[in-house]
Design a protein around this ligand. Structure first.
Ligand code: PLP
Length: 383
């Protein structure tokens, strides 16, 4: 990546360590690039050991894991699934794959995640319409834990199963416990931009042995137990390769280092840029929550600076620094124009005011200084 454009600072590039190659080397040496092999088993064990989950199934992507997870929870054609609007489209696309409808819910201002008050409103309104939601997807956006105690209590009260989309939140903790382990099913992504990567991959975790077995079955073309390839239901080709799982094993050794580094980057920016008018680092961690700070996100206050996030982004681009707007809320996407939505002003406002700064764990001190200087250039002088 750097060899093509050594000067560019990327948003969140892959960051390999020392041991990925050992696992890859062993797989090639043993001629074990397929089928499922020791790296795959090892990667899944690493995930279980780290998170404390009883079962892990390694898949081709986080999106695949959400798709399978929703199937495990019984989502099918005509069902409704509660989902935050403020998230990446991959959270909601699998709802459409299954012929179901997303019911979007706005964010709370504190964590930026789906909040308890509006969740209850949405559930009660759907019940009034005679449409009990089949599942609830919770997302920990940019690594910040959602208010799980309250949210899970409401889900339990109405008997709605929970899929925890922790794609951005590997290594984040809520009351000391790692995210991904709170839902009936949890999902991690190992896409190239995430805190750890297998170049592309995902993991489904659960404490339910039947779910784990069924996820594996569905991920490998849903073969019935017969030598002659017999099938009774639709399956998928979603299993991660033994090679990529080797990269995952090397990456899992580094998780705590990577969390530490991303958190340091957030604190560094916050400290260095604290006196810039109109610039605020958000969201802040509620007591008991510890974000992995996957991306360092800022909000610009239009009352205090005339500079918009898009102007800041374009200025950083002139310095060869990549930054990105926050996720565009899904209820504002043409794809989901017909979907029900509860609230909407909070996430629309965050989208209008926010920006993600370079946050990769491979950023050097010089890189960070360059970013901070570029931010100052445009924001300190404007008034
Ligand atoms: C990255 C991401 C996903 C999808 O993961 P892939 O591995 O890219 O398929 C799902 N949800 C959220 C919130 C994400 O950020």
């Amino acid at each position: 990546m750097r060899s093509q454009d050594y000067d560019r600072i990327y948003l969140s590039p892959p960051h390999l360590g020392r041991h990925e190659l050992n696992y890859l080397h062993k797989a090639v040496e043993d001629n074990w690039v397929a089928p499922a092999g020791p790296n795959l088993k090892g990667f899944e064990q690493d995930i279980c050991q780290y998170t404390g989950a009883a079962h892990a199934v390694a898949l081709t992507s986080g999106t695949a894991a959400i798709h399978l997870g929703l199937r495990l929870l019984g989502v099918g054609p005509g069902d409704e699934v509660l989902c935050p609007s403020f998230t990446f489209v991959a959270t909601a696309n699998p709802i459409l794959y299954l012929g179901a409808t997303p019911v979007f819910v706005d964010s709370e201002p504190t964590t930026w995640n789906l909040g308890p008050t509006l969740l209850r409103t949405a559930i009660e309104d759907r019940l009034r319409l005679g449409r009990k939601p089949k599942a609830l997807i919770l997302v920990h956006l940019y690594g910040m834990p959602a208010q799980l105690t309250e949210l899970l209590a409401i889900a339990a009260e109405y008997d709605i199963p929970v899929l925890e989309d922790a794609a951005e939140a590997l290594g984040s903790r809520y009351q000391g416990r790692l995210l991904g382990t709170f839902g009936d099913v949890g999902v991690f992504s190992f896409n190239g931009n995430k805190i750890l990567t297998t170049s592309g991959g995902g993991v489904l975790i659960t404490n339910n042995a039947d779910y784990a077995q069924r996820a594996l079955h569905l991920a490998t073309q849903a073969k019935d137990p017969a030598a002659h390839y017999q099938h009774s239901e639709v399956g998928y080709n979603y299993r991660l390769s033994n090679l990529l799982a080797g990269i995952g094993r090397g990456q899992m050794e580094l998780i705590e280092d990577r969390v530490k580094k991303r958190r340091e980057i957030f604190s560094w920016y916050q400290e260095k840029l604290r006196d810039i008018p109109g610039l605020r680092f958000a969201p802040t961690e509620p007591a008991g929550s510890r974000s992995n700070r996957w991306l360092s996100t800022v909000l610009l206050d239009p009352a205090a600076t005339p500079i918009t996030p898009e102007q800041l982004r374009q200025h950083l681009e002139t310095r060869n620094i990549e930054s990105r707007p926050l996720w565009k809320p899904l209820h504002l996407q043409p794809l989901f124009a017909e979907a029900p939505m509860y609230g909407g002003a909070v996430c629309a406002n965050l989208f209008a005011r926010g920006l993600c700064l370079p946050s990769g764990s491979s950023l050097t001190d010089e890189d960070l200084i360059r970013v901070a200087e570029a931010v100052c250039e445009v924001l300190s002088t404007a008034s």
